[in-house]
Design a protein around this ligand. Sequence first.
Ligand SMILES: [Zn+2]
Length: 309
Amino acid sequence: MRGRFAPSPTGPLHLGSVYAAIASYLDVRSRDGQWLLRIEDIDPPREVEGAAELICRSLDSLALNWDEPPLFQSTRSAAYAGALDTLRHRGLSFDCGCTRRHLRAEARTGPEGFIYPGTCRDGVPVDRTPRAVRLRVTPQVIRLHDTIQGEQSQELSSEVGDFVIRRADGPYAYQLAVVVDDAWQGITRVLRGTDLLGSTARQVYLQQCLDLPRPDYLHVPVLLGPNGEKFSKSAGDTVDHIGRRASALWCFSLDLLGQRPPPSMMKEPVSTISQWAIRYWQPSELPCGKSIGWSSVSLAMHRWGIASD
Ligand SMILES: [Zn+2]
């Protein structure tokens, strides 16, 4: 079994990403699996200088040890270009000249954003210039079993539409990169937050189009902050200086993952806590909703002495 943690270097880790990293780590380590690190640095304007190193140091302080050197997506352009070529040769992609302004005027909006109306499927209209590349989506229901969230299904053509695989401003789209890299790294298990549940069907569809294997998917509930929105780097919910708080962060995460660490655990070094957690990991106790509200999050922060800063 091979799992992975795949942060974007847009800032330090936040409480929600520490919790997700620990969940993914325990999920594979408790089964003697390997845990890999991928830095999703394909969107330079959003990246913060030094964030990748900071994330690696934070994972180190948490004793979340990865196998194999980290994979940087910025080094993978040739692989993404190859996948794009394959899709083009198979007649599965097309150029799109629609801007956001066009889409606002012409497209319906679904849970995942604009539902592409198919304007450029048979050629870019003469008054538009090719900008992005989209994947041609055929009408079919994508079904998958999520180990935590249960049966999931999405009718891609009506709920999402042909989606972007290479963006107008240049970078390959997240959906394409993640599918190519999961296969390249031999990932068999993807544990991440429910904020990415809605994009899983697109990834499964891309795997079908590229003849790539499908990993098992597990989506843990995301943690919500006081404003009812998920924790994020942009909201300033980052966890700097993990060092002295590492044990508390472990206990906090285990608590929210339903693992009941004894109170004395907080005085132990992280290596001891992680060994305990690997040994007593109870997947059946994982929370199964879409999110964990601020009242539970703040209670756990209080219990383990993590100040809200
Ligand atoms: Zn278009």
